[in-house]
Design a protein around this ligand. Structure first.
Ligand SMILES: Cc1ncc(COP(=O)(O)O)c(C=O)c1O
Length: 430
């Protein structure tokens, strides 16, 4: 079980104040705060070995070794076969554009690709641009506007011998829904399609095992799981070795070097090691009961998975309280799974609108909460396909409240009571 006092003491930002009161970070789906371990790793990188890689002097040798360690750490985080399957980049979006350019040449006019209405734009635009350039047919799997889950019958019918590629979100950064990617990847592999999974939103809220999933690519960003701004892609080794890529001629033509051309953010990679170390520490000290050690996984993977499961157990309590509280507020409509029995199919990211005779502008809610030190996002949060499908784009999108493992029940209650206060005032004024 998590000891929240101990956890919170690890995050310096949680002790800062907003005017004279506390800060309540519920903007976590957009980016989490960072623990001391991450700050230490980044400071060490910038002070003790601030050099580019592959030189013959001490700081550069250290930089080269730390980059290797970062690849190894993320290989264990994803349970990849080796560090050669890990590519670092500035963020998920840039990595995805790179991969879209690299994959484009494999497809011919008329080939079919699949995506969903549940994507973040970062897993949508790159593939649609690729499809337009190559003359590919794009099929989009809808989600049900009442259950907020993908229509698997439509998906199953769309997968045929003509399907060459699919880009799928593991968890929606707006609805919170976790998609049945195991099933989807299995079906897609049966027809030989390449699979590209966006795990950016899912990564802080559950264990990832790319070998068990069988996907070809999976991408996440460390700043969502307590690290710095740093994108990290898993790619099947054969594909990373053989796909065409634009690189400088002196860069070795081996993975991952061929993808990581130019000087990388080594402080970002160091911070990512720190994020994995933080998760290991949580797994070791508070996640013993969540260990699933079948002897197959590396110890670091087991520890990280135990930490994430321990975090999820706490996050489910927060999400249940948040959803139940919001549903008591007149006019609030939660856009996502609300039944606690189905919480294993959602992350704790909760979006809502205030409907009825006097609809509320989500931006006004966010500004009101900010006046009280509670930070939440409003709008589409780049989940443009989702908000379009819900018909909410022209209405200003949603208010998104995103707890994570360091949030407390008291913070959730405060947020709900502020939403209630705002809505009551708004109705009286209307
Ligand atoms: C589901 C999802 N995909 C992709 C992204 C884009 O990630 P990045 O900022 O690393 O490009 C985000 C960021 O919020 C996200 O939540």
């Amino acid at each position: 079980m998590l000891d929240l006092d101990v956890i919170r003491a690890e995050f310096p930002a949680l002790a800062l104040t907003h005017d004279d009161g506390p800060r309540t970070y519920l903007d976590n789906p957009a980016g989490t705060q960072v623990p001391r371990r991450v700050l230490e790793r980044m400071t060490e990188a910038l002070v003790e070995w601030n050099a580019n890689m592959h030189g013959n002097f001490r700081t550069s040798v250290r930089a080269t070794e730390m980059s290797r360690q970062a690849h190894l750490a993320m290989a264990d985080f994803y349970h990849a076969r080796s560090e050669r399957e890990i590519v670092f980049g500035p963020n998920m979006t840039t990595l995805t554009f790179t991969m879209a350019r690299a994959l484009a040449g494999r497809f011919r006019e008329g080939d079919e690709i699949i995506t969903t209405h549940m994507e973040h734009e970062g897993n949508n635009s790159p593939w649609r641009i690729m499809a337009a350039e190559r003359g590919l047919v794009v099929h989009t799997v809808p989600f049900d506007r009442h259950t907020y889950e993908l229509d698997l019958d439509v998906f199953d019918a769309l997968v045929t011998e003509r399907t060459r590629f699919a880009a799928i979100n593991v968890a929606s950064n707006l609805l919170g829904t976790i998609n049945p990617v195991e099933h989807m990847v299995r079906r897609l592999r049966e027809v030989g399609a390449i699979t590209y999974l966006d795990a950016v939103q899912y990564a802080p809220h559950g264990p990832i095992d790319v070998q068990a999933l069988g996907c070809d690519f999976l991408v996440a960003s460390a700043y969502k799981f307590y690290g710095p701004h740093q994108g990290v892609l898993y790619g099947r080794e054969e594909l990373l070795a053989e796909l065409p890529v634009s690189k400088l001629r002196n860069v070795p033509d081996v993975a991952p070097d061929r993808w990581e051309t130019g000087c990388q953010s080594l402080e970002g990679q160091a911070g990512t090691i720190g994020a994995v170390e933080y998760l290991q520490w949580v797994g070791r000290t508070m996640g013993q009961e969540f260990r699933a050690d079948d002897g197959e996984l590396p110890e670091r993977t087991v520890e990280v998975h135990a930490a994430l499961r321990a975090m999820v157990a706490h996050e489910e309590v927060l999400a249940a309280r948040l959803i139940a509280g919001l549903q008591q507020v007149t006019g609030v409509r939660v856009h996502g799974i609300t039944d606690p029995a189905a919480f294993h199919r959602r992350v704790p990211t909760v979006s809502f609108t205030v409907d009825g005779p006097a609809p509320v502008d989500p931006a006004e809610v966010a500004r009101f909460l900010d006046r009280h030190g509670v930070y939440v996002w409003n709008g589409h949060s780049y989940a443009v396909p989702v908000v379009e499908w819900l018909g909410l784009l022209s209405r200003g999108g949603v208010v998104r409240v995103g707890p994570t493992h360091y949030n407390t029940v008291e913070e959730i209650d405060r947020c709900v009571s502020l939403v209630d206060e705002f809505v009551s005032r708004h109705r009286t004024a209307a």
